[in-house]
Every structure is written in structure tokens, then in C-alpha cells.
Design a protein around this ligand. Sequence first.
Ligand code: VAH
Length: 316
Amino acid sequence: KILVTGACGQLGSELTLELRKIYGEAQVIAADIAVPKQKELAESGPFEILDVLDRHHLADLAYKHEFTQIYHLAAVLSATGEKRPKFTWKVNMKGLENILDLTLEKGIQRVYWPSSIAVFGPGTPRQHTPQHTIMDPNTVYGISKLTGERFCEYYATRYNLDIRSLRYPGLIGYKALPGGGTTDYAVDIYHKALEDAPFECYLAENTYLPMMYMPDALKATLEVMHAPTENIKVRSSYNLTAMSFSPAEIAASIQKHIPDFKITYKPDYRQQIAASWPESIDDSAAQQDWNWRPSYDLARMTQDMLENLKKQKAGL
Ligand code: VAH
């Protein structure tokens, strides 16, 4: 059986559905701190309430379901993290530690854990950021992801565990609302455009960030998890990207479809977070080791997002 923690999240809810298509609904146990709001997720297979800080309940579930793989997605993201630093550190670090200890104790065959471009900081080269470079994150979320990478590589190396990881850029999808990320303006902007509402962006207009459409994020996650073990050369976390754009550029791509769409800019505390992250990522290691290739650019993503959001709003 496969355990997905954080299964109700922006990535978790879509990844759970994808894994259920591949392995069968009953084989994928979705778990999160609260029951899923998304109807499709709630009705598509087994669900368990799980606080990843509760190691005893985690052990009980491992005994009940005999997990062979874990996708550990439960975490507090960057923007929320800066409002609750101690809670974020606890959830992100203790949660990961509990999963790694369970993996060791139960001999879990393969573990996926998401890292992020947030592991880079103000001292990191911001263009085509290399796989190995200076990493001085200054958000609790980024510090927890960098420390998590070191722990994953330590457990993988010292205990010979098969733990795999990707440094996601900002993720954009239409099936689930994001929660507390700095890049989430790039999801909200599509919803506002379809409501004919002016969009006030909390980042400055020329703030470039690495981004990826959800279908590409799902493809990369499944490709890295299904690659032969000998191909996985990076046990901290692979750089990964599909595109980089600024708020001005995504707004322009939307205006090609909705000419009257209006955007204004009112940077807030999230501007400092975004300004500490790379503008573009070098993901050649992922390309070389397991043939990573993105499929969606900004124009194609905007076309697909607007099309699917319209269908959703029409209740189709
Ligand atoms: C966040 N969406 O904004 C996440 C991600 C690179 C950004 O880690 O915190």
C-alpha cells in the first residue's frame, strides 16, 4: 500500500488521484490532518486522519495498511511559515523525522519527499541556479527544506534507504486551491480573471520566479519515483523547473484571452521571500539522470487553466 501524507494539499490532492489511477484506489491511503473538502478526493478511495507529529498513530497505520511506499507531502509552506515559525519548524522537521524513522523501522521500500527552490537564499546565484551551490535560505520553510534534504541524504546513505526528492518551483493547478505559498498569486490570478475582478498582486510586477504547471509536477514526481534506482544520483533533492515568469508576464498571457483583465501591484511581506529565491533554475541533473522534460510553457498553461476553470465554474 502507498501512504500519501498532506493528501488534501494543492499537490497531495492531485498526486493521490494520479497514484490511484496507476495502483488502484484501494492501494493508496490518503492521509491528512483534516477530512478532504474536495469531493473527487473524498470519494476516490481510503482516507485516514493523521497528524504526522503523532508517531504512535503513524505506526498504527503502518501496521494496519502495511505501507511499502510513502509520499510525505505534509508541510507548512513559506508564507504561512513566516507567520508561525516555531510551529512550521516542528511540523516540517519532526514530521519528516517521524516518517524517516518509520521507514527505517518498517523497511518501507521507497519514500518521496518534496523539497523546494526555497532552499536557496540571497547568496545563491539567481540565474540558472546550479544543482550544487551556495544555499542560505532565510525563511523557516526554506531552512526546514534544506535541513530535510540533509536528513534525507543522511538516512539514504547511512541506512541504504531509497528516498527521492525534487526541489519544486511554484506549482500552479486548478483542481485544488494552494495553501500559504509565496507563489500562489499565480493560481489566484486565474480565478480573479474569470470573475471579471481586478487582481491585486502581492508581488512586484517584475518579480521573476521559477514555476511549473501541475501536470508537469505530477509527471516529474512519478518519473523520479519510477526511475531505476541506479539512475538516481542525487539523494538530497533534484533541481526542477519548467519556466520562469513575472506577474506582468502571466497577466499578459491572460489578457490574450480576457482583454479587459486588470492587474495592480501592492507588494507585501511575501515580496522579500520571493526576492530571496532564484529567478531561473538549472535542472540539467534531472534531465541527464531520468530524462526530465517539461510539457507546458506559460501560453499552454494559461490556455489549459482558463479552459478547465471555466468548466469547473459551470459545474461540469
Ligand atoms: C511556496 N509553493 O510558495 C511553495 C513553494 C517554491 C515555492 O515552495 O512556499
